[in-house]
Design a protein. Structure first.
Length: 393
């Protein structure tokens, strides 16, 4: 029963221009996840490692970064665990590709062996007789594919040089077309094409969130990124371990996830009606402080008229306590308490008009418009009561 470790979208060397001084730290987190993936392959003694594109974030990498990655792959070479790599869309196989400039196999100590193979548009197949596995790489010499990588492909028409081959594994870096959600991309293919391929397993890259399914007899899976490439990418943080089993003529492919990333995500909703002050929210969130946590906080419900809370200020106060924190105010303002001002006053007429509009919007289910009107009523009442209490920006 051969076992494979499937990873993709490592994006080594990503610049992270949006992270400022934290960019270097995020690059190290990504490399550390790659290193943990290699360590898991060694510890579990898998038979084959697949890297389905975007090992590097771009084709422009300093030699030291490539050598550092090759050293990790060299650990697999030393233990005689073969690795197959395909270029992606970030490290595509264009002229000047990192895989043309650097000999990754030689750097990893695998020159002249099949222990590290980079599949290209010129070499699309590598066979491992001892494992009974043929790996098919669907690679183009351009970033944008001129056609589906699976166009016209089926195992029954593909020549296999070795009669010992019983498993056919494919590798693609691109998007499964999902009508209405993913209609086109740089590289695209359909579920029907997967089913027609006759592959046993299709190792996919390009989506940073893990996902798997089955089309015809083919099991397909996206491994997701080992560590989020952007710190708002929930669903990343793992590699896949794939077991190929042939028992008494019954062939099965099973896929299991293996966590390797450090970043974890938490979504939290706070009822604004229970909040007394900004300091109270700050204290409550600090109890969750974790430098590996991405915290997404959403205030909901009806907030008291006297609550003074600035979400930007709160995020700045909490910034050092989390990898990233976001606080969104989706709560609505409470309607004024007590008797309405006389109808023949400006404030009374204004309040009645706004309340009627609010009820109409809520009756139509337009919650966004109702929230805007509640805010307008709150600010308008303050302004009409005392113009000096409101600063208009």
């Amino acid at each position: 029963m051969p076992r494979l470790l499937h990873m993709a979208d490592v994006h080594l060397g990503a610049r992270h221009s949006d992270l400022g001084p934290a960019a270097a730290e995020q690059r190290e987190r990504q490399f550390a996840a790659f290193e943990r993936a290699i360590e898991h392959a060694l510890a579990e003694r898998v038979d084959l490692v697949l890297i389905a594109g975007d090992l590097f974030d771009s084709n422009s990498q300093p030699p030291r970064s490539v050598e550092r990655a090759a050293a990790q792959l060299g650990r697999l070479v030393q233990r005689h665990i073969p690795t197959v790599v395909i270029p992606g869309t970030h490290d595509s196989y264009e002229p000047g590709s990192i895989y043309r400039v650097f000999d990754l196999a030689a750097l990893a100590g695998a020159e002249g062996t099949d222990l590290l193979t980079v599949l290209t548009d010129q070499q699309r197949l590598v066979e491992f007789e001892a494992l009974g596995i043929a790996v098919h790489g669907f690679v183009f010499a351009t970033k944008r594919a001129p056609e589906s990588p699976l166009a016209g492909f089926t195992i029954t028409r593909e020549p296999v040089r070795n009669s010992a081959i019983i498993w056919h594994v494919g590798m693609i870096h691109g998007s499964l077309v999902v009508p209405g959600h993913v209609d086109q991309d740089e590289v695209g293919f359909t579920e029907g094409e997967i089913a027609a391929s006759g592959l046993d397993y299709l190792a996919l890259g390009h989506w940073h969130t893990a996902r798997q399914g089955r089309a015809g007899r083919t099991t397909w899976a996206y491994s997701g990124a080992p560590e989020p490439v952007a710190v708002d990418q929930d669903g990343a943080g793992q590699v896949l371990v794939v077991a190929l089993e042939d028992a008494e003529g019954r062939r099965t492919v099973s896929v299991a996830t293996q966590p390797v990333g450090r970043t974890h995500f938490q979504k939290l909703e706070l009822d604004a009606a229970t909040i007394g002050s900004q300091a109270e929210v700050d204290a409550q969130l600090r109890k969750l402080a974790d430098p590996d946590r991405v915290l997404d906080v959403r205030l909901v419900g009806v907030k008291p008229a006297g609550l003074d809370l600035n979400t930007d200020e709160l995020e700045n106060q909490l910034r050092g306590s989390f990898l990233r924190v976001r606080v969104r105010d989706a709560a609505v303002m409470a309607l004024p308490d007590g008797p309405m001002p006389p109808v023949d006053t400006i404030i009374g007429s204004f309040a009645r008009d706004l309340e009627a509009r609010i009820k109409d919007a809520e009756g139509r289910g337009d919650t966004a418009r109702a929230a805007e009107l509640r805010e307008a009523l709150h600010l308008g009442a303050l302004l009409l009561d005392d113009p000096n209490r409101v600063t208009l920006a």
